[in-house]
Design a protein around this ligand. Structure first.
Ligand code: MLT
Length: 260
């Protein structure tokens, strides 16, 4: 079912009486990055996903977002759909949103699945890279930005040997509104650091990373596992940063096992 909540396009699959899971996508993607997981889980779980404000088909508004406003949006969806203790699953930027949501209200969630993300805020160097991306969008357009950024999210093997899959994701990213994409870059560069909160996370947590993720490599994700008390850590072989798209079967199995 597709519905609009507060300007956001929200998608649900499965029986509402089942345990809920809410999926938060990465940047600059949309809710469809979770299609394979939802196909796998929808018979046993109430699966909810959405397009983050400014991305996919959700409202762009004035293009001014913060990590706090993204988390407000997430809580609004949970409240509107009356989800009780959903599992929260976020990848990369969706992971930043998830960590901050758990920091704000851990008791809202039953468990946490974080994929290919980090808890640290952007370094000075990272902020300057974001600034250069905004400049690139302003000067060369969204397509040039997507052409240069999205390949860094995928394993070389995926790009070379599954080019149809890679190209379809790349082309979808180009349809984003540049205002929404630039707004997301500013929200990410201004986010807080959640590192000090990791040891306070008490809900069961699954940490997933692609073996060949160059943006948030296994060594970075391992430190999350070392700091989150009740956590499991899984490296998905062959995948880059986009593990749920690149190696869906392996990710599905790990998620299902964790959830049950
Ligand atoms: C993402 O996949 O969401 C992005 O790589 C996050 C980021 O640029 O920090």
């Amino acid at each position: 079912m597709q519905l609009t909540i507060n300007g956001l396009q929200v998608f649900t699959e499965g029986d509402k009486s089942n345990r809920p899971i809410i999926f938060v996508h990465g940047f600059p993607y949309d809710h469809t990055m979770w299609d394979k997981q939802i196909d796998h889980l929808k018979d046993n779980y109430y699966c909810v996903t959405y397009d983050i404000r400014g991305l996919g088909k959700s409202a762009v508004g004035n293009g001014q977002y913060t990590m706090e406003s993204y988390v407000d949006d997430l809580f609004k969806i949970i409240a509107e759909l009356e989800l009780t203790k959903p599992a929260l699953c976020g990848l990369s930027m969706g992971g930043y949103i998830s960590f901050r949501a758990v920091e704000r209200s851990q008791e809202t969630f039953g468990s946490l699945i974080i994929c290919d993300t980090r808890a640290e805020a952007d370094s000075n160097e990272g902020k300057l890279v974001r600034a250069s991306k905004i400049k690139q969008i302003n000067e060369e357009g969204i397509e040039a930005f997507v052409e240069s950024f999205v390949p860094t999210c995928f394993a070389v093997d995926t790009i070379e040997n599954r080019s149809e899959l890679f190209q379809s994701v790349l082309n979808k990213c180009k349809t984003n509104d540049p205002i929404g994409v630039k707004g997301a870059l500013i929200a990410m560069l201004s986010r807080t650091d959640t590192t000090n909160y990791l040891s306070k996370i008490k809900i069961p947590t699954l940490i997933i990373v692609g073996e060949n993720d160059v943006l948030t490599p296994p060594a970075v994700m391992k430190t999350l596992h070392e700091n989150i008390p009740n956590s499991e850590f899984v490296i998905i072989s062959k995948a880059g940063h986009m593990t749920p798209i690149e190696e869906p079967e392996a990710v599905n199995e790990v998620m299902k096992e964790f959830l049950t």
